[in-house]
Design a protein around this ligand. Structure first.
Ligand SMILES: [Zn+2]
Length: 200
């Protein structure tokens, strides 16, 4: 790409850092943007900045939101007895899209991974325990990925959170083995939720 002007090369490099955008797509998008009407690039850059500035993590559940607590935490029609535990904020969106779950959420912010130096204290587990003290949760639905770290984290949580009167279930049924929730389609996810099993 030595023949391209510097600013285009910089734009391509920045775009390749985005998830799902390979070198070829980055080049196509960059070349489109520099040739499109000035208004189009301006609109895109403003939308990126606005979203980045106004979207935060909900202080209660950890989902992405404009205001905290978020609409999911704030909605009185949602079942406060059911709490779905997910790894990342985007997993909330996947489960919401499946349309099967009507409880509340808690985002862990990752999973236990000794190899990457991620321990329980790096996750939002203390915040979860605080919520369990003040919210009427009767069932925790553990919805982590089905790979080794997802399994280890789920088992750790089931042991740590266990207490009388609290059911801890895990979705797994039909989820592709060794993957995260983003790879499951809506039907698979809703079946996985319906087929959740109690952890012992
Ligand atoms: Zn929330």
């Amino acid at each position: 790409m030595a023949s391209l002007p510097g600013p285009i090369t910089e734009l391509i490099t920045a775009l390749t850092h985005l998830p799902g955008i390979g070198r070829r797509s980055a080049e196509r998008i960059a070349l489109h943007l520099v040739q499109a009407e000035a208004g189009e690039s301006k609109l895109l850059s403003e939308a990126i900045l606005k979203a980045r500035e106004t979207i935060h993590f909900c202080t209660t559940c950890g989902a992405l939101t404009e205001k905290s607590p978020c609409v999911l935490c704030d909605d009185p029609r949602r079942d406060g007895a059911l709490l779905c535990l997910v790894e990342r904020a985007v997993d909330v969106l996947s489960i919401e899209k499946s349309g099967t779950f009507h409880g509340r959420f808690h985002v862990l912010g990752g999973r236990i991974s000794p190899l990457d130096g991620v321990g329980p204290d790096d996750l939002r587990i203390a915040q979860l325990e605080e919520r369990l003290k003040r919210e009427p949760v009767r069932e925790i639905v553990v919805a982590l990925g089905t790979d080794v770290e997802g399994d280890a984290t789920s088992n750790y949580l089931a042991r740590r959170l266990a207490k009388p009167g609290l059911k801890i279930t895990r979705i797994a049924h039909g989820l592709p083995a060794g993957t995260g929730l983003e790879y499951a389609d809506e039907l698979t996810l809703s079946r996985a939720l319906e087929g959740r099993r109690e952890m012992t």
